[in-house]
Design a protein around this ligand. Sequence first.
Ligand SMILES: NC(=O)C1=CN([C@@H]2O[C@H](COP(=O)(O)OP(=O)(O)OC[C@H]3O[C@@H](n4cnc5c(N)ncnc54)[C@H](OP(=O)(O)O)[C@@H]3O)[C@@H](O)[C@H]2O)C=CC1
Ligand SMILES: N[C@@H](CC=O)C(=O)O
Length: 845
Amino acid sequence: MPPADASHPSAPPCHVHKFGGSSLADAPLYRAAAALVDDPSRTRVVVVSAMQGVTDALIALLDTAQRGDAWQPAFDALRERHLVAAEALDPDGHFDLRARLEEEFATLRHQLQAIAGGEPDAAQLAPGLPGFGEVFSSFLMHAALGGDAASWRRLDARDVLVVHEGEMGMAVDWPQSRARLAQWRAAQGDGNVVITGFVARDTHGRATTLGRNGSDYSAAIFANLFDAAALTIWTDVDGVLSADPRLVPEAVCLPSMSYAEACELAYFGAKVLHPQTMAPVQERGIPLWIRNTKRPEAPGTLIAPDSGRDGAPVKGLSLVRDLAIVELVGNGMVGVPGAAERLFGALRGAGVSVTMISQGSSEHSICCVLRADQAERARDAAAAAFADAIADGQAQGVTLTRDIAVLAAVGDGMVGTPGVAARLLGGLAQARVNARAIAQGAGERNISVAIGANDATRALRAAHAAFWLSPQTLSVGVIGPGQVGSALLVQMSAALPQLRERSGLDLRLRAIANSRAMVLDERGVEPVDAVARLHGGAAQPLDLDRFADHVRGEHLPHALIVDCSASPRVAAEYPRWLARGIHVVTPNKQAGSGAWDHYAAIQDASRRGGGRFRYEATVGAGLPVMLTLRNLLDTGDELHGIDGMLSGTLAWLFNRFDGSVPFSQLVREAQALGYTEPDPRDDLSGLDVARKLVILAREAGRALSLEDVDVENLVPPALRDVDREEFLARLSEMDEPMLARQRDAAREGRSLRHLAQLDRDGLARVGVVALPAEHACCHTRLTDNLVQFRTRRYSDNPLVVQGPGAGPDVTAAGVFGDVLAIAQSLGAAASWSSPAIDVRAQVHA
Ligand SMILES: NC(=O)C1=CN([C@@H]2O[C@H](COP(=O)(O)OP(=O)(O)OC[C@H]3O[C@@H](n4cnc5c(N)ncnc54)[C@H](OP(=O)(O)O)[C@@H]3O)[C@@H](O)[C@H]2O)C=CC1
Ligand SMILES: N[C@@H](CC=O)C(=O)O
């Protein structure tokens, strides 16, 4: 490119704005666009595309005319559409807009007639014909901006811009174009200008266009020719996104990127500017903004010489699909000069373009990734080129692997930053995506990974999560927003913002379910709204498979289900979830104390699938009972026995029960306070405590099952098999026997307490005991659990864990603690992370 033209040294630097067709669909949008450039402090140049859909309509018109079919109806519709816009923009005819458009439409009509009639030289009109839309559009925009009276002039780019066909598309004849523009400016004087995008004139003086998306290219060319201070391309998205938002809901708008990054991403299929468009602004270092006409308040993306090191190594991710791998394998190629030349010469000869190349230092094979529709041609050309070597056994042959995609990570910050490839490939590994071939040039700005086409979306999402999300981002589903579940949601709502800010823990509640319904929300459910949403229109019938699929997702690094039900049906799903890598946290005792096979399946699935299973709250609610036991055992201690009070409900009942109020009334109170199990008979029968004892025993490595526990059942036989409602209605039938028991104990100066015991030989029993007043269990309060661990180290004096052992808040805190323990174990954030770590999905306007 030649140096800048100095014909207007004194002209103030101007700002070039370009509006695409989606920003110019009708008259109101022209007005809105005009308002966006209303900055009298600067000289402005506005480059316009055609109204939305007009270029396609013109191409169709041209086709129709070339075929000799009736083109007039479509022509009339196009004319009418523009005249309607003209009427709205120039109702009083101040700008003579209608007449000017009619003049242009008359020219278009003549050209179509000539083409349809097969007139001599008519073929020369075809290349320029699709550019009429920009010509019409420039008149409309000129009027919207206030026309000549507001010192706006209109420039038809065909009068100044000269281009010719180059190897990479239309190339600008810079000296001619610069000279013509200088002439035009000398005649018109400096000021604001509206310019037709897309159109130009070829070196023979014929109207032509710059090819698809040529308006962006026009804008960049005029930014260069005007030596602009800035170029803004106004479009219908917020800017350049980190990945395709249709595939990655978490995609974020990038605040800035370098020209090189934008070019790399464009090459790999991201919807940013074509590399050809970048060249004219890059050559002069003109900052280029991508902004959204529909959300002008959004800052947009700045593409500039240096994107500014914001600490993020990767700026964007891109996918190229419909590819194949052709691989040449040959032991005899090792160290032989010219093998690569022969292969790529053959591909060139076959007209095949190579997307990615990978060769290991062993030189044993050369792997090329290329377009699927060229794959067979490429394979045959390579096989032919190496036919002799294959026949001699020096080369083993050429293989073709179809259904390939390439994922590319791009960023200037990758240069010299260790660990980028590790994070990319680690993300893919976590999503179980196999990398077929990998390429990174010494420029270090791009790492490309060839993967199976079926894995493409999963790979893109996993890679995006690896770079843009905290490694401690969890997709969370909560089942059972009852007493405990609701308390958990309240606690999450209060704690999540802080956790996110201070520790990078990003827990996203994305699914909620009760026994009948579920809500699955890609964007997340506000914890405080969760219960209400289960009763709203978005709720759907419960389906645990779909629930798990949704929570697992693919675009968030980790998934976790919190089961706050007491349901065996839900607990039965744990092995499948854990095997899929979904972590499970629960206060539900069904799994920990259920059939041994199920318990073993859970441990096995967790080991194989990587999902972690935590159930601290099943024993002692929020107390660190399991944690204490695990610590004792992990540090080499040996468990001799466990005893104490393991039921908050029964502790509370016997703390309160002195015969002054009926036992049944206290049970109802305990239920209302959220201490009891959903069916209080689970507490009164001793089953709940037996479950806890089994859970503890198993944690200590003993294969105890519920049948092995000697359990005293306080529920009268007549109430054991009735349904829950009837049991609650007949609860007072417990009063008399319980009062008699209380009086017997009191007569001996004793108090009733519910105790659990697991001894050294594995004997386990659960039941009510009358204890002397000095016994430690008689000095507890409210729902206190008291758990005594007798171990080799704590043999004379047991280690005691004591405190409230029931209630929604303390239980939810225990559950939440487990969730955080898992989140914290998922790895701290790397020293660098992408700037969008706190930004939720940004939406396409
Ligand atoms: N309360 C406490 O102090 C402690 C409780 N726990 C345990 O916490 C769990 C919850 O107790 P709590 O909150 O009191 O119980 P609740 O009865 O108040 O809540 C249970 C929740 O689970 C849901 N649910 C039941 N069955 C299913 C199913 N098949 N599928 C999906 N959801 C289901 C219920 O939905 P719906 O409303 O539709 O029935 C409800 O939302 C229990 O396992 C309990 O043992 C553990 C330690 C202490
Ligand atoms: N109902 C249970 C709740 C905790 O597991 C109890 O009372 O202990």
